[in-house]
Design a protein around this ligand. Structure first.
Ligand code: WQD
Length: 364
């Protein structure tokens, strides 16, 4: 039984113009929620905001500002009569966090504190927090259930774990404050429209965007970090999840929070339970894009684990949610965005590369 407020509930999505956030907003609107986005556009563009509005086909309010600005958050919560928050705003690059931990403590922790304080002051008692499987660290116990021990290996992961624990304390202190922390495994892919997707402005840290840019001729080859792991082909294995599946998981978590049986704070994995190696991803992406993705196996990347796999059964039992998109779909949708999602950013080399791939396809 869902105890939704009388009006269509209004959800504040912090970071709602980002890669994950934009897909979450589209699915929230499709599910009948009203949405207000708060985004500082540090990691997104106003073009993406326009595309989100077009995809939603219903009005979405966008407030430009920072989640650290508590007064602005309070004004937004009150002005739009917000019923719950999905907190996606924050920095998320592991390497950057190791180079500048204080930046991560400031943006991620102070942002969460300001948001939680504003929610308390405005009597908004439901939050879905964007956490990460990074909190598990390097664990031999695979697949990873939510009960697995945590062991943060970098400042980024530390901020995610600390915010989960802050939420524990806030939900314990307030009668009517309920939360879900979603532990993402490896989000990849893009909206099937090709209009929104992952759009890294600098050199991608993550595998999928790097492979995609190599397929598009923007990078010359993929450096495979390590070929000597204890895995079937020696390369790292990860639990890749389509970003649309991930977004639907947020809607399911929100529906759960509005139900009459929501616990104070649940941590829930969002993954598929299936792992693919780096070489399997390169192979699948080559097939999906019709290009030969060049690669070279090099030394391991410090901090990487051999295998990271989700035990996704809790999300299924508690939320009735499971991932449905396979690796081929992830690659095809990622590639479609790479090719068509950025018509205003194509350069000549990119167009030439697409011509090359047509030659490859025709075998000429
Ligand atoms: C995947 C695999 C690499 C790049 C990180 C964050 C995690 C989450 C997802 C935010 C590994 C290999 C990668 C490359 C490669 N982000 N690889 N060449 O490290 O599993 O997780 O992103 O929540 O918190 O830690 O993802 O895509 O960087 O790496 O060989 O150029 O691909 O070694 O095996 P990762 P990734």
């Amino acid at each position: 039984m869902l105890h939704l407020p009388k009006m269509r509930p209004c959800i504040l999505a912090t970071g709602g113009c980002g890669y994950i956030g934009s897909h979450v907003v589209v699915e929230l609107v499709a599910a009948g929620y009203q949405v207000v986005i708060l985004d500082n556009f540090e990691n997104s563009t106003h073009k993406t905001a326009a595309r989100i509005k077009r995809l939603c086909k219903r009005h979405v309010t966008i407030v430009e500002g920072d989640v650290c600005d508590r007064a602005l958050v309070e004004d937004t919560l009150l002005q739009y009569n917000v019923n719950a928050v999905i907190h996606l705003a924050g920095k998320k690059a592991v390497g950057e966090s190791m180079a500048d931990p204080i930046l991560y403590f400031h943006d991620n922790l102070l942002g969460a504190i300001a948001l939680l304080e504003a929610m308390r002051n405005c009597d908004v008692g439901r939050i879905v927090f964007s956490s990460s499987a990074t909190v598990y660290g390097a664990s031999e116990m695979q697949p990873l259930a939510e009960t697995a021990s945590t062991c943060v290996l970098n400042p980024y992961g530390r901020t995610k774990l600390m915010i989960e624990e802050m939420i524990d304390d806030v939900t314990a202190s307030a009668q009517d404050f309920k939360a879900v922390s979603l532990r993402y495994f490896n989000p990849v892919g893009a909206h099937p429209s090709g209009q929104i997707g992952e759009n890294p402005t600098d050199v991608p840290n993550n595998l999928f965007p790097y492979v995609s840019q190599t397929a598009a001729g923007i990078r010359d080859k993929v450096r495979v970090f390590g070929g000597d792991y204890e895995t079937p082909d020696g390369t790292g294995v990860r639990d890749y999840i389509h970003v649309v599946d991930l977004a639907k998981g947020h809607v399911a978590a929100l529906d759960y929070l509005f139900s009459d049986h929501a616990a104070r704070h649940e941590r829930i994995n969002l993954g598929t339970g299936t792992g693919y190696s780096v070489l399997e991803v390169i192979e699948a992406f080559s097939k999906a894009s019709g290009t030969r993705v060049a690669y070279e196996i090099v030394a391991r990347r410090p901090g990487d684990v051999a295998v990271s796999l989700a035990d996704a059964t809790f999300a299924k039992t508690l939320l009735g949610w499971e991932a449905t998109h396979n690796l081929t779909r992830m690659c095809k949708d990622h590639w479609a965005f790479q090719c068509g999602g950025k018509p205003d950013e194509k350069d000549s080399s990119f167009t030439r590369q697409l011509h090359f791939s047509e030659n490859v396809l025709s075998g000429s």
